[in-house]
Design a protein around this ligand. Structure first.
Ligand code: FAD
Length: 323
């Protein structure tokens, strides 16, 4: 069941922008619908109007200068089929183990999917507060954040694509009534301070139109750890980009997924200047997770984040040991 709503199928981006409301919740953007429709069926979001982006010309992947420009409506299948999409991103897309989701889900929808926190999905809001206290802390929080959880937000960002794009230095193009702006993928996310805010920095009447990924010579990889090899989000993931010259690391970037309310960018610069080995990868990963602040039930996610980062680094360097 759903509440009645108006359905709009604009034929251009300008038309779509005019149909979007200036307050969150009045209107929602529909891409593949694999997340949004379940939120509507559960009455978590109840828009008065749905604006479908299917016919506004945002699908496709093309090189542009030193970048690969990916339309927000490009499906996961199309990403996986394209030879120039960086490995860190295809490995994240391949982690979505359902052919139906890969065929319908889009890169824009993946980046802007809403948290899987069971309190949020049952209508208790993003911050899940009851009588001024956190329902997450008082209740089952085994899948909740182990970094960045000092404020009211305890859910984890659900996108596996965002960490990959952040490690690769990607940005998004955003269109609103007043024109286009570009922002680093990292800056698309924020931790909301109040229950009325969303977890994104774009406004309700702005559309993410493209993802711009620099074409670099870095080796990059994503490593995800799930409870089982089925249809579920990872417990922890890590995406990395590493440049190696004469066997020595000259640049390294990394971002963890599914461990904090935002994709969690981490500092792995201590690897620069040395040879990447199993020992140095494990050492930097241990340094990174030393800052974790697990709750009482989710300490395992700290260990998983450490293993994911170690293995992503080794995978990027071609030194992964597959057992
Ligand atoms: C069982 C299951 C397992 C999954 N596992 C994973 C996983 O391991 N890793 C992972 O990353 N994802 C996972 N997903 C999520 C899946 O990848 C997303 O549901 C999908 O990518 C969303 O894309 P969509 O086009 O269907 O988005 P929609 O459902 O159409 O939209 C999602 C949200 O994004 C907004 N939106 C969409 N496009 C735009 C745009 N261009 N501009 C502004 N706002 C926009 C919508 O308004 C909506 O709020 C899983 C989903 C399911 C159901």
């Amino acid at each position: 069941m759903m509440h009645a709503f108006e359905y709009a199928a604009p034929k251009s981006l300008d038309e779509a922008l005019k149909l979007l409301g200036s307050a969150w919740g009045d209107t929602e953007i529909l891409a593949g619908g694999t997340d949004l429709l379940s939120l509507m069926k559960d009455f978590v979001v109840q828009p008065k109007r749905l604006v479908n982006l299917a016919d506004v010309g945002l699908a496709g992947i093309a090189p542009e200068g030193d970048s690969l420009v990916i339309g927000a409506m490009t499906t996961l299948d199309a990403l996986l089929a394209h030879a120039s999409v960086p490995t860190a991103l295809t490995q994240a897309a391949a982690g979505v183990h359902s052919p139906q989701l890969r065929s319908m889900g889009t890169i824009g929808g993946d980046l802007l999917q809403r948290p899987r926190c069971w309190y949020f999905r049952r209508g208790h809001g993003l911050l899940a507060q009851k009588d001024g206290a956190s329902m997450v802390e008082a209740g089952d929080h085994r899948d909740h954040a182990v970094f960045g959880n000092g404020g009211a937000a305890k859910y984890v960002n659900p996108s596996s694509f965002a960490p990959a794009l952040i490690a690769l230095g990607a940005s998004v193009k955003v269109r609103g009534q007043n024109g286009e702006r570009s922002l680093a993928v990292k800056d698309l996310y924020r931790t909301p301070a109040s229950a009325t805010e969303r977890e994104f920095t774009i406004a309700s009447n702005e559309i993410v139109t493209h993802v711009v990924v620099p074409i670099s010579r870095s080796s990059n990889a994503t490593y995800e750890i799930r409870q089982r090899h089925g249809l579920d989000w990872p417990e922890a993931s890590a995406s990395v980009a590493v440049t190696v010259v004469d066997d020595k690391v000259t640049a390294a970037s990394a971002c963890l997924g599914h461990v904090a309310p935002v994709p969690w960018t981490v500092d792995v610069s201590s690897l620069v200047g040395s040879v990447l080995t199993a020992e140095s990868a494990a050492a930097v990963a241990a340094e990174v997770v030393a800052d974790a602040t697990p709750l009482t039930m989710n300490g395992h996610k700290v260990e998983l984040a450490k293993v994911a980062l170690t293995r992503a680094l080794l995978r990027a360097a071609g030194k992964e040991v597959v057992r």
